[in-house]
Design a binder for this molecule. Sequence first.
Ligand code: AKB
Length: 315
Amino acid sequence: MDTILVTGALGQIGSELVPTLRTRYEDVEVVASDIEPDPDVSGPYEAVDVTDRAQLEAIIEEYDVDTVFHLAALLSAAGEQNPDRAFNVNVGGLHNVLEVGREYKLDRIVVPSSIAVYGPATPDNPSERTIRSPTTMYGITKVLAENLGAYYHKKYNLDVRGIRLPGIVSHKTRPNGGTTDYAVDAFYEAVWEGEYTYFIREDTRLPMVYMSDAIDALITLAEAEESDLQYQCEYNISALSFTAKELSKRIEERVDEFQARYEPDERQSIADSWPSTLDDTAARSDWGWSAEYDLDKMVDEMVHSLRQRAERALS
Ligand code: AKB
């Protein structure tokens, strides 16, 4: 690995993956890219619209990229607002990455999938081969992404890999356009406002992971021996599974004045269509996945970090 390109680098995952990759691989050039022309970021950055194959190709050629972490995507709620754009970015963008990857013989492409590939027909605690039956455009694009990854691997021997990510909880960059965003928003609003109105019911239980575990999973999978992998982009990872009420209770234990309310909107039906737990036996056995953060450790770190940030902002 000499040069890594990260697409969608300004998003929730990218903004933490890029610095982690730069620290971990000192001799590797890590080029961040996103659609914004001129963001205030450190290190090499290129504005790239992944739906424009020529732009993508130019950057891959210019930097002699050999590895791509392809994060650019619209999430589930945003995808329901604009299904056409979600299809173009999530499927068209990935197709461009795979085509350029094939042409330039890239060593590796890591592309996250999502628990959104599952749907109402999926039984709880599914494994990789359990029926995928998404009812959102986002989920449909992620099934296509998984299938494209497997196709390019089989037909062109391109090394494409990925994880079905659950909701990710983090304090550096707020997620945008996802159904699981409430699990991050609740912390921000608790620390800044002392109250939060969830857009889902209090008994909604979804699988989640803390950001440092998610980053660790992506990097560990990227480093795994290809011969150890039985899947391309379909690995489940399981870390946390909590209801909104359980989360509120943990936040209340640390933020005395916190008041939670629940006013479900159209995102409830998306949440209801996803499983609440996942079978991650394959990730554990193939590439040694395990999560470090349990619910209390995550809530401690979230509240502590956001409080520090609030204090800095107010001083
Ligand atoms: C979303 O809520 O859309 C994402 C996801 C589960 O992939 N966080």
